[in-house]
Design a protein around this ligand. Structure first.
Ligand code: 16G
Ligand code: ZN
Length: 528
């Protein structure tokens, strides 16, 4: 195979002059019309990565919660996880190379990574429902085939479903079958088993209202619905038949604005949830009888899940260690509750799923969630084997607990945070524990908080340490934040450059909403 063949075709996918993009926390993202060359080149890069790892690699075309006009692409590594950091660098070099430098960059990557160009390559591709996604995924396919790579195009898929497919294909089907039916079957089997256990206890599933952000989640939940019947009945809103993707709806909107999505019919005390545009995030919420809106974010999801897992481990008498991984955005009340009431160790990682995922791999059971609703639970190989063995060996109450744990393992998508899988886990836990959404919400009270964005000339002048909780540069900024924080009770604030937008993000929390708002505002001014 000769790399020069790439240059023959790449001119067809011309790079807008002067455009420089960075493979950020979730791959490349920008306006869809600027992405043709990126897609072609990422198809080529996926082939090199596949040859190097002798594994199937995934390419997902999506811009998640971004506006419909945007798009993006990310590569999925052999175990279904995010692309290795050294290859993110290669992705940057390749994407930003001028046409005449393409061959040199490709040769450089192949040499440095010792890629055997004669090795076979296999790529799987998925895309979200954006109008631009179909054409852009065709450009990925062109990049794959130009280097002789084989591929399977799954077409419309949620991001976590593609992670699942990659994981299945590289583990000889041990993780599951690499088809959409395989995914539905695996999750619904585990869910229905838990459902039986819940009805033994006398609790039934009820219906759940789901805001699908006018995205892929709606299509996939429609396909999955009959697998869940007669367990859970779903009422889908913002299913893409009328509204625009992510516009005034979806998990990111609900979390950021702390209000319900447009188009959702909510009655008081009804359990509702929102997915984001590629269905890897979920948040829950409800209106109380006084008409007050309550958001149940990723922190409270992590708390519900880890307390349930801890209870089950106690019942089976195993001292497997559980760790919870959060980011700096985690509400201070959640961290305090986990550490002081639940006595679970909590760790803070940098924003972006790859950082949390990495840290969570250190535990027998690693629970990780970002406050924005992105997360999952990882079980170490040893912990999983132990639990499966106990589910066979134990008796009575202990056996039941071990079986529940076994089903929970199968219900989680361990390759990536997955809104559909997380939703089913949450629904199962609520039913098994007989908890209402209000009781879940009452575990602790969130500290009032505020997030704002600040536009600056160069956001990279801000650098941080301590998992983004402290600013290192520019000089004096952290001292200024410290002084402002001292003015308020129960307060905390930090700043960080966004990895997906050209802005600096400011987070503040304090004992009242007024205090959180004014602390965020004052810290925002200090950033200039
Ligand atoms: C991306 C990340 C998400 C993170 C967000 C932060 C993945 C798959 N997605 O969407 O986890 O919360 O970026 O965005 O890692 P920001 O850097 O603009 O604040
Ligand atoms: Zn997403």
């Amino acid at each position: 195979m000769d790399l020069a063949v790439v240059t023959k075709y790449s001119a067809l996918y011309s790079k807008p002059s002067g455009l420089i993009l960075q493979y950020g926390t979730a791959g490349f993202r920008t306006k869809a019309e600027h992405l043709d060359h990126v897609m072609f080149r990422m198809g080529v890069l996926a082939v090199l990565r596949s040859k190097q790892t002798k594994s199937t690699i995934g390419v997902m075309v999506t811009a998640s919660h971004n506006p419909e006009e945007d798009n993006g692409v990310k590569l999925i590594d052999p175990l279904g996880d995010m692309l290795a950091p050294s290859w993110e660098e290669h992705a940057n070099c390749l994407t930003n190379a001028d046409e005449q430098d393409m061959l040199r960059v490709l040769m450089d990557i192949s040499q440095r990574e010792a890629v055997n160009l004669q090795q076979d390559a296999f790529i799987v591709i998925g895309r979200d429902t954006r109008p631009s996604s179909e054409k852009l995924s065709q450009s990925v396919i062109d990049g794959v085939t130009v280097l002789g790579g084989q591929f399977h195009d799954y077409g419309l898929l949620t991001t976590p479903q593609l992670h699942y497919m990659v994981c299945c294909r590289n583990t000889n089907g041990q993780y599951g079958k690499a088809t959409i039916e395989g995914y539905y079957q695996k999750l619904s089997d585990a869910f229905m088993e838990l459902s039986k256990q819940a009805s033994c206890i006398g609790h039934e599933y009820k219906s759940l209202k789901v805001d699908c952000a006018n995205g892929i989640g709606a299509l996939k939940l429609r396909e999955m619905e009959h697998y869940l019947s007669p367990g859970l009945s779903l009422q889908l809103f913002n299913d893409g038949t009328k509204g625009k993707l992510n516009y005034l709806c979806g998990a990111d909107f609900v979390k950021s604005y702390q209000k319900p999505p447009m188009g959702m019919e909510m009655k008081s005390n009804e359990r509702c949830c929102s997915l984001d545009g590629d269905a890897d995030r979920i948040v829950y919420y409800y209106y109380d009888v006084e008409g007050c809106f309550h958001l149940i974010d990723g922190d409270k999801i992590a708390t519900l899940i880890s307390s349930f897992l801890k209870e089950l481990l106690l019942e089976i008498g195993q001292s497997l260690n559980i760790g919870v991984v959060q980011t700096a955005y985690a509400n201070g009340s959640s961290t305090r509750y986990l550490e002081e009431v639940m006595k679970v160790p909590v760790y803070c990682a940098k924003t972006g799923v790859k950082h949390l995922h990495h840290k969570a791999q250190e535990f027998d059971i690693g629970v990780y969630f970002e406050a924005n609703g992105h997360g999952t639970v990882l079980f170490s190989k040893g912990a999983e084997a132990k639990i499966r063995q106990l589910a066979k060996e134990l008796e009575d109450k202990e056996k039941k607990a071990a079986k529940m744990l076994e089903n929970i393992i199968d219900l989680f998508n361990q390759a990536a945070g997955d809104a559909i899988s997380d939703m089913l886990v949450i629904e199962a836990i609520l039913a098994l524990k007989g908890l209402t959404v209000q009781q879940w919400d009452a575990l602790y009270t969130d500290l009032p908080n505020r997030q704002i964005k600040v536009k600056v000339a160069d956001r990279q002048v801000i650098s941080t340490t301590d998992a983004e909780r402290r600013a290192v540069t520019p000089p004096g900024l952290q001292e200024a934040i410290n002084d402002l924080v001292k003015k308020y009770k129960l307060s905390r604030a930090f700043v960080r450059p966004s990895g997906t937008e050209d802005v600096v993000r400011v987070y503040a929390e304090a004992d009242s909403q007024e205090s959180a708002d004014s602390l965020a505002h004052e810290v925002g001014l200090a950033v200039f």
